[in-house]
Design a protein around this ligand. Structure first.
Ligand code: GLV
Length: 328
């Protein structure tokens, strides 16, 4: 007798090899046209599905869960999971998983790239050159901020924050300070050569502030006008964490008034929309949420999400669980 395979949905277009792997175990509905579904369409596509591979953008909250009673697992191919309502998922007996570790070093590379581009005004000067404005050398043309030997302040010291700290301390001789919900143990602090400080001290003393903390409703606009006002006028602010952590309107105003030197942003509140004021200030480097975007890393993230679906629905255990629903 042939066994009926569980049905799963893949919410966006994805690597063919990941779909092939899923098809070995599941009846797979894929989004080959890479359509952007409304919440209602998403709920409709999820009817009768036991699992879903999400990208980090699709909301899994009480309404969706109520509309999709057969759903047993949502596997995010992202380390961040603010698209999931974990409490609601747990209450409904739905497993949640994310994709940690496989993206740590790649994302830290990008954080550093964005820091370098921002501090050394790479995007701004490239636009100037392309516009044909470069007619002669001058001693202070696009003079930026030092990176080596400066003070790097990291807000959010999880795996990615630590990988950025190591790059700063060991590669660039930076003094690394950090603030986190909880202080790291002494051995981890020593490996990162990082010193724990309060959020205020970090904002006041860092030459470069790097945001790597997860988004939660509690830290919505945790970097607002008052926080930006505490930063040095020569400082840069880098956000590779999540939109909504920074008040983008307040940041655009501070950049326009040169109350801080520059910002580098990979994430935006309400993305892919970008606050219009950010598009008109020159001293900001803007990238479209690509910190983990190398093909090997994105493949590893998607494979981990697929392995979580297989692990949970076929073998009974998720690899990187975020919750422990009663039915798990
Ligand atoms: C990307 O933003 C991720 O959370 O993996």
């Amino acid at each position: 007798m042939t066994q009926i395979k569980p049905a799963v949905l893949v919410a966006r277009a994805i690597f063919p090899e990941v779909l092939d792997k899923l098809r070995q175990h599941f009846d797979v509905t894929s989004n080959d046209g890479d359509e952007l579904w409304s919440p209602q369409e998403f709920a409709q596509k999820l009817q009768g599905k036991a699992g879903v591979l999400t990208t980090g953008a699709e909301r899994v909250g009480p309404e969706l869960l109520a509309a999709c009673p057969e759903l047993r697992i949502a596997a995010n191919m992202a380390v961040g999971y603010n698209n999931f309502d974990i409490a609601a998922m747990t209450a409904r007996g739905v497993q949640a998983t994310n994709a940690p570790d496989v993206l740590t070093e790649t994302t830290a590379d990008f954080g550093f790239a964005l820091l370098m581009a921002t501090a050394r005004r790479i995007a701004e000067s490239e636009h100037y050159l392309r516009a044909g404005k470069w007619t002669r050398w001058s001693y202070d043309m696009f003079a930026g901020a030092e990176v080596h030997g400066s003070t790097l302040g990291i807000l959010g010291m999880g795996r990615i924050g630590q990988a950025i700290a190591r790059r700063g301390a060991l590669g660039f001789g930076m003094k690394v300070i950090y603030h986190n919900r909880s202080r790291l143990d002494a051995a981890t602090e020593a490996a990162c050569q990082a010193r724990y400080v309060s959020k205020d001290e970090l904002l006041q003393t860092a030459d470069h502030v790097m945001l790597v903390l997860p988004y939660t409703p509690d830290n919505h606009h945790t970097i607002g006008a008052a926080d930006i006002a505490r930063m040095k006028p020569t400082a840069t602010l880098i956000n590779i964490a999540r939109g909504g952590i920074v008040d983008d309107a307040a940041l655009a105003q501070a950049l326009r008034e040169q109350r801080i030197a520059a910002a580098g942003l990979d994430v935006f509140e309400g993305e892919p929309k970008v606050h219009p004021d950010l598009l008109t200030v020159p001293n900001v480097v803007l990238t479209p949420h690509i910190a983990s975007a190398t093909l090997p890393t994105r493949l590893a993230m998607a494979m981990l999400a697929a392995d979580n679906l297989i692990g949970y629905l076929i073998e009974g255990k998720a690899l990187t669980p975020l919750n422990h629903p009663a039915s798990a």
